[in-house]
Design a protein around this ligand. Structure first.
Ligand SMILES: [Zn+2]
Length: 216
């Protein structure tokens, strides 16, 4: 088994333990060169085994494993085609999915959100597994590390699979905070100046990797 397959298994187990992957819903991939290790369709992700991680090339031709790749493989490949990232996490995480149904975006309400690139967009709805959905999600990810998919779920990307997992967890936290803030009143948003000050402070302190200042 390859290191990529082991990474996908570990990521799925962690995301399931955190409640972001439920049953067979969601899919995860990591790219190494021109090969993409991706979860097989129908696999229960919390109990994923290495045999349930298949490999495809960037054109979608299967090059490893015998099971059928996830129905969202086109989404993963479209993201790798457009952006210089090494991992994609797609979930039906409960709070992110609820947000995808009820909001048109998550405005910038907390400085940690800048790690995702700023306001979180919601890609317009399209049928699962279709090129149209992939196209819309790719557009929503422009200069972002995560996006919501209307009436469907969430997607997070990263330069490593660990980072993509962190971004998926951060998005789920953010959606929960936004929900609670909305219940308590009218959420205040950070101004552009406040956002710029956060980025300047983060660079000065070398705090994490601030997205939105570089293409990702
Ligand atoms: Zn889905």
């Amino acid at each position: 088994m390859t290191e990529a397959q082991q990474q996908v298994v570990a990521a799925c187990h962690r995301l399931a333990a955190e409640g972001l992957l439920i049953g067979t819903a969601g899919n995860v991939s990591v790219r190494a060169g021109d090969r993409v290790a991706v979860t097989a369709t129908g696999a229960v992700l919390g109990g994923l085994t290495e045999e349930q991680v298949v490999e495809v090339d960037l054109a979608g031709r299967q090059v490893g494993g015998t099971l059928v790749p996830t129905s969202e493989v086109h989404l993963h490949l479209s993201i790798y085609e457009k952006y210089d990232v090494a991992a994609v996490v797609h979930t039906h995480a409960p709070v992110s999915t609820a947000a995808s149904i009820s909001v048109s975006s998550i405005p910038v309400i907390h400085y940690q959100q800048l790690l995702l690139g700023g306001e979180v967009r919601v890609a317009p709805y399209a049928t699962f597994g279709t090129p149209r959905l992939a196209e819309r999600v790719v557009a929503a990810l422009e200069d972002r590390a995560a996006a919501l998919m209307a009436n469907h779920g969430a997607v997070a990307i990263g330069p490593t699979l660990d980072k993509a997992v962190e971004n998926a967890l951060l998005l789920e936290w953010l959606c929960g905070v936004y929900r609670d803030a909305t219940l308590m009143g009218k959420p205040a948003t950070l101004t552009r100046q406040q956002q710029e000050d956060v980025i300047a402070a983060a660079i000065a302190r070398n705090y994490g990797t601030v997205q939105g200042t570089e293409a990702e």
